[in-house]
Ligand binder design. Structure first.
Ligand SMILES: *Cc1c(COP(=O)(O)O)cnc(C)c1O
Length: 416
């Protein structure tokens, strides 16, 4: 073996080893920021399901957020045509193809009555996840405060950790329909906050925003100078007579907020990776600066097919919302036989279930997997305010949800 130089990387065993030497060298070349990143709870849930299946169990997997349907045919055809178009062999423009950005602006105008300037108030991104990440990078310096409403989508906390920010969680409790009371948050918290992240229709609770909630958020953002970020990944996926509203419909919202939209859930193309950031031009410009150094571009084919979806009459999205609603109702009625009562839902892809008295959400989800062969996500994976609940996915057919509920009914015995 040759003498390793100080600081030289040696590979060995399970990973990277730092060559031994008498000199003082960092114990690892990995950035400190990485140690602060929370584990992805969905990866841990996937591992539990895989282990149960490897042990020969027949598992109904209600832990995932992966849409189970197919995009509308016209979008698949648009993608096929786009793949063959020589113009798409070249790099597309950094902030998005003009036709895609125009389609996004047209969608906002028709669906939400909001006027957005495609040139300054929109950025194409490879999914709302990328939008969340670049907006947080654009707004949060190390030590800065991000206000979340709990239970929350885990990426908000993870992306804040990557930026070195801190999190303050405002609870959204059942007695308020899982909507937060923003006026109950101390003024000092708002004074410190760089941004507030909202998500309606909500993952995991199924709550939808009221105009009053958005008006409160926009007023506080004006008063205390922070940015409101709306994760609108479930745009169009509402269960009530009136469709879910956009934050940008709120008077004054364009001064203080941005919204993240996604093709993934509206059009069932989660694997294509498309979406956009819309709203305040200064924030969009900052997010674009970060994006140009990190993600750079969105696949031209996805932008063309996405434009076809956004330009359409959205009837496929309404059908999808009706399908999820009927699945929610099948699950609700089935679980009632097991003495379990879903929280009311107004939209989104998930059902939110209070666990029976005397159980923790971790124990209850482990029990469901072990005794009923049904995989769910424990509510605490959405932060401490999710404790006492589990999340069940609506992204399997109605019959599968009904049989999950009957399995639980049969397995229940005297467990609760
Ligand atoms: C799926 C999802 C996202 C991410 O969507 P992509 O556009 O696929 O990145 C963001 N927020 C919520 C609440 C989601 O469920």
């Amino acid at each position: 073996m040759t003498d390793a130089k100080v600081g030289e990387l040696t590979t060995g065993g399970a990973g990277v080893g730092w060559a031994a030497s008498g000199r003082s060298v960092p114990p690892t070349p990995i950035a400190r920021r990485v140690a602060g990143i929370p584990a992805n709870p969905f990866a841990a849930a996937d591992a539990r399901v895989a282990a149960a299946q490897a042990a020969g169990r027949d598992v109904i997997d209600l832990s995932k957020g992966n849409p189970d349907g197919a995009p509308p045919d016209f979008m698949v055809r648009a993608a096929q045509k786009a793949a063959a178009d020589p113009a798409n062999f070249r790099y597309p423009p950094f902030h998005g193809k003009p036709a895609f950005l125009r389609a996004a602006a047209g969608w906002y105008r028709r669906e939400h009555g909001v006027d957005i300037d495609p040139a300054t108030q929109l950025l194409a991104v490879a999914g709302a996840s990328v939008g969340i990440s670049v907006v947080i990078q654009a707004l949060v310096d190390p030590g800065d405060l991000v206000v979340l409403v709990g239970p929350y989508y885990p990426q908000y906390e993870g992306s804040t950790a990557v930026a070195g920010g801190r999190v303050h969680v405002v609870p959204a409790l059942a007695e308020r329909g899982f909507l937060p009371d923003l006026d109950a948050v101390p003024a000092e918290v708002w004074d410190e906050a760089k941004l507030l992240i909202l998500n309606y229709p909500n993952n995991p609770t199924g709550a939808v925003a009221t105009p009053e909630l958005y008006a409160d958020a926009v007023r506080l953002a004006h008063e205390h100078r922070f940015v409101v970020v709306s994760d609108f990944a479930y745009a169009g996926i509402g269960f009530d007579a009136t469709p879910p509203i956009s934050l940008l419909e709120t008077p004054g919202a364009l001064d203080v907020s941005v919204e993240l939209c996604s093709l993934s859930k509206m059009y069932m193309v989660a694997g294509w990776r498309g979406g956009f950031v819309a709203g305040n031009a200064e924030v969009v410009a900052a997010a674009t600066a970060v994006h140009e150094q990190t993600s750079l571009l969105v696949t031209s084919i996805v932008q063309d097919a996405g434009a076809a979806g956004l330009d359409s009459d959205q009837s496929t999205v309404r059908e999808l919302a009706a399908r999820y609603r009927s699945r929610y109702e099948a699950l609700r009625d089935g679980l009632a036989n097991a003495g379990l009562h879903l929280a009311p839902s107004h939209g989104g892809l998930f059902a939110w279930l209070p666990v029976p008295g005397g159980w923790t959400d971790a124990d209850f989800s482990a029990w469901l997997l072990e005794h009923a062969g049904v995989a769910v996500i424990a509510g605490s994976d959405f932060g401490p305010t999710g404790a006492g609940y589990v999340r069940l996915s609506l992204l399997v057919p109605r019959e599968v949800l009904a049989s999950a509920a009957s399995r639980i009914t049969v397995a229940r015995g005297t467990a609760w």
